[in-house]
Design a protein around this ligand. Structure first.
Ligand SMILES: [Fe+2]
Ligand SMILES: [Fe+2]
Length: 340
């Protein structure tokens, strides 16, 4: 029987690395094994734990929710060909902005390192001590937050994205990007009145973070394809290839985030809850509609709104060059090709 109960120290434990992770003068989290393979931070026991909880859930007869790229209805915008056109035209700023915003948003994720979720045991009938949900405050949230924002000594994803950006464009190539206040689905009032407000708030927070991670994965694929395309960054191919490797390391670090969050949401579906008015209800009854709404907002509603806004931004950039209509036509053409 696989181990299902872990201490905080076990969840946070690192592998013993053969070589530290250093890039562009930054000492970063994670490290390398003797063969030079990158190993993500705090995954010595965290990955085996996530896998064990996931298997235990399935053994109890429950499915794991889909947290794959299948959830994303749209590809990236701009797409890879459109991004190449922008870079060709010397319009690298939107990519610079996206990399900056990603770095700032990752840094905000550090709040998870000190956040405390409410104890779910009082509202759940089953014993949750051997589940991922029962370990949120036993290292899972802490490990997640430290991965995103660093531990104060070793840099995390924020530092890694800024390193990627500076490698590709040079430090301070463009002015500071405007960073949106929140990437979460706007508050729509009580969605789970059966539970205390704090439990509802945390379920929504975990769902939002999971979808933000799924959307990030979409952006990672876009980034590495753009960087590895020999037509882009032609005067610094080595640097661009190396930056893509760094993005792949971040992607590898993100996988346990998607992993544990998907297990937690799936476990919540599987539990029997004690409602505030003294009844019992299956988690799936309220989790499923709320999760569907969350996926729809992140994968369609917000993506489409974002496309419209960014399209205006591109139009303005093209107009400034004097041949806006022609450039927009070329740009749209590249978009159609992908859709076909
Ligand atoms: Fe991250
Ligand atoms: Fe993450």
């Amino acid at each position: 029987m696989a181990k299902l109960t872990y201490s905080t120290d076990e969840i946070l434990a690192d592998h013993s690395y053969a070589k530290p992770h250093v890039e562009a003068g930054y000492t970063l989290h994670g490290g390398f094994d003797a063969g030079g393979k990158y190993i993500s931070p705090r995954t010595l026991n965290r990955w085996p734990a996530i896998n064990a909880w996931s298997e235990a859930l399935k053994a109890r007869g429950h499915a794991l929710i889909d947290s794959s790229q299948q959830l994303m209805a749209h590809g990236s915008f701009p797409n890879v060909a459109q991004q190449s056109l922008l870079l060709d035209l010397g319009l690298g700023q939107t990519l610079w902005d996206s990399l900056s915003v990603t770095g700032v948003v990752e840094a905000r994720g550090k709040m998870l390192a000190t956040a405390e979720a409410p104890d779910f045991q009082p509202v759940v009938v089953e014993d949750i001590s051997q589940t991922a949900t029962g370990h949120l405050n036993k290292g899972l949230l802490r490990a997640h937050g430290l991965d995103e924002g660093g531990d104060g000594v070793l840099g995390g994803h924020d530092a890694m994205w800024f390193a990627v950006r500076d490698m590709l464009f040079g430090k301070q190539a463009y002015p500071h990007a405007e960073v949106p206040e929140s990437l979460s689905k706007p508050d729509a009032g009580r969605l789970i009145p059966q539970l205390p407000p704090d439990h509802e708030r945390w379920i929504l927070l975990l769902m939002n973070v999971l979808m933000i991670e799924v959307r990030a994965e979409n952006f990672f694929n876009f980034c590495t394809t753009v960087m590895r395309d020999p037509r882009n960054f032609r005067d610094r191919r080595d640097v661009a290839m190396h930056a893509a490797d760094l993005v792949d390391r971040i992607r590898q670090d993100e996988a346990p985030h998607v992993g544990y969050l998907a297990v937690v949401i799936s476990e919540l579906r599987s539990f029997t809850f004690k409602t505030v008015d003294g009844k019992q209800i299956k988690g799936a009854a309220f989790i499923d509609p709320v999760w569907r709404g969350m996926v729809q907002w992140h994968s369609v509603t917000n993506v489409e709104w974002d496309r419209t806004e960014r399209r205006k931004e591109f139009q303005q950039m093209f107009d400034k060059r004097g041949n806006g209509a022609e450039l927009m036509r070329q740009f749209e053409n590249l978009g159609q090709k992908e859709a076909a």
